[in-house]
Design a protein around this ligand. Structure first.
Ligand code: ZN
Length: 472
């Protein structure tokens, strides 16, 4: 079964066939770097990270581009409040972005273009739009004329008339049509500005994404993603600008994630339920946050609640416990050829097939996680019922978990392997075991405490002392 994706452009599930065989160009709208990013923004970062990893897993070479919006009204206002330059503000919050995104296990994009590094390209495209009759200049501002582009509204599936009556539009006497939007804004006193044929100014928000995405991925590319709140006007305007400028189709597949509520309410600073990732991380493990985001279909709304996060934490712990149990079984139990081996191997294989079927069905991560827990149940049964085991079964399960963790990033297998000095932990455990045998409980407790400080939890079992890394 091949990958099917729901395309917001056609409102249909379609087979995903990239433009160039074996390669995928993928652009995802990034943050405006004027503050820490909030848990609602963490959703697209996590789900599109998983989609990119999945595409790589099934054999595509993916070029993943995510921009930083480093100039707009919010940037200018915040920089003025702080008494720093817009560039200083952007640099500071790009650094903070990476601290949170890295902690959430979001893999780094191949390219992180910044609007302020692309003024030349932006000015060129705006000029092309003017030359082709799609944009007009009024006192140093440049506006895109929506009536000049016959396809306007095709992404949000509304006519210009519907959009006009259905949206809040700032009244601006200079515009020919109320839906026309700024490609270039003339400098106001005190604002940073760049040179252009229309005078000093700065780009509008929409133009940066269409210019930078096509610069790195080509005039037509495979996937463009973002939150569903971006469909109109941001992505609609990107389509209009890009296609009016190049005369070619801009994006082949548009993917949008559903919104995130907090305790069933829309997150807002005025409601006092605004949650940054920085603060969420103080309470919940990044693995649990990832798991939570993947536990619903990406297009559905999701409700961030303490209960939901506790469930996610429990699920991650079950997965990690299963991994630890497998490791200990391989170390401490007797290897034996067994009659039930083939049956277990075939069930693990079936779960893996189901995992891929679910992911191929419009990235149904929720269904895919179901197949992961089928393997957890299977292994728990296997280890409980067999004192001697066939290592083939344990190794097949480990291979499966390693694979799904490489895609989902919910077990922490990769990052923790790098962080932990396993041999040091094991030699401390040996030392503790020796102390216990010698009935030196003061020493054995001291070693346990030292390990606890490193986040290592010990469990004394009939198979010896097991250790695992605490969720952090
Ligand atoms: Zn964008």
């Amino acid at each position: 079964m091949s990958l099917m994706l729901y395309n917001d452009l056609t409102r249909k599930k379609e087979p995903f066939i990239p433009l160039k065989e074996g390669e995928v160009g993928f652009y995802s709208c990034g943050p405006t770097v004027y503050d820490f990013f909030h848990i609602g923004n963490a959703r697209p970062f996590i789900v599109f990270d998983v989609f990119r990893r999945y595409l790589e897993d099934i054999g595509y070479k993916v070029v993943f581009v995510q921009n930083f919006t480093d100039i707009d009204d919010k940037m200018i206002n915040r920089a003025n409040e702080e008494g720093i330059t817009v560039k200083e503000l952007a640099d500071a919050f790009i650094k903070e972005y990476f601290e949170d995104a890295d902690a959430l296990g979001v893999r780094r994009a191949d390219i992180y273009p910044r609007a302020t590094d692309h003024m030349k390209e932006i000015v060129e495209v705006v000029q092309t739009l003017i030359d082709k009759g799609h944009a007009y200049v009024v006192d140093g501002d440049v506006f895109f004329s929506v009536e000049s582009f016959p396809g306007y509204g095709k992404l949000s599936k509304q006519s210009i008339e519907d959009l006009q009556s259905g949206s809040r539009i700032d009244v601006n006497e200079q515009k020919r049509h109320p839906l026309d939007f700024a490609l270039w804004k003339a400098q106001k006193p005190g604002e940073p500005a760049w040179e252009s044929p229309w005078g000093l100014g700065r780009p509008g928000w929409h133009i940066e994404c269409s210019v930078m995405s096509t610069k790195y991925l080509g005039n037509t590319f495979d996937i463009h993603s973002g939150g569903s709140d971006l469909i109109f006007p941001h992505h609609e305007n990107e389509v209009a600008q890009a296609e009016a400028a190049t005369g070619m189709q801009f994006v082949r597949f548009w993917l949008h994630n559903g919104y995130l509520l907090i305790d069933k309410e829309k997150m807002s600073k005025s409601l006092g339920n605004f949650l940054t990732v920085r603060n969420a991380r103080k309470k919940y493990s990044p693995l649990a946050i990832r798991y939570f985001m993947l536990s619903a279909h990406y297009r559905s709304p999701i409700n961030f609640s303490e209960e939901g996060l506790n469930q996610a934490t429990g699920a991650v712990e079950r997965l990690r416990n299963c991994w630890t149990d497998l490791e200990y079984a391989l170390q401490s139990r007797e290897q034996k050829e067994k009659d039930d081996t083939e049956a277990f191997l075939s069930e693990i294989k079936q779960a893996e097939t189901k995992f891929y079927e679910e992911m191929n069905d419009d990235f149904n991560t929720a269904g895919a996680l179901g197949s992961v827990f089928e393997v957890v149940r299977l292994i728990n049964t296997y280890l409980k019922d067999n004192s001697s085991i066939d290592f083939k079964v344990c190794k097949a399960a480990q291979t499966f978990f390693t694979k799904i963790d490489g895609i989902m990033g919910i077990m922490g297998l990769e990052s923790e392997k790098e962080e932990l000095d396993t041999s040091e932990i094991e030699s401390m455990i040996e030392e503790r075991t020796a102390a216990r045998k010698a009935r030196d409980f003061a020493k054995s407790d001291a070693i346990r405490d030292q390990l606890a400080e490193k986040g290592i939890i010990l469990e004394d079992t009939s198979e010896g002392t097991k250790w695992k890394k605490q969720l952090s």
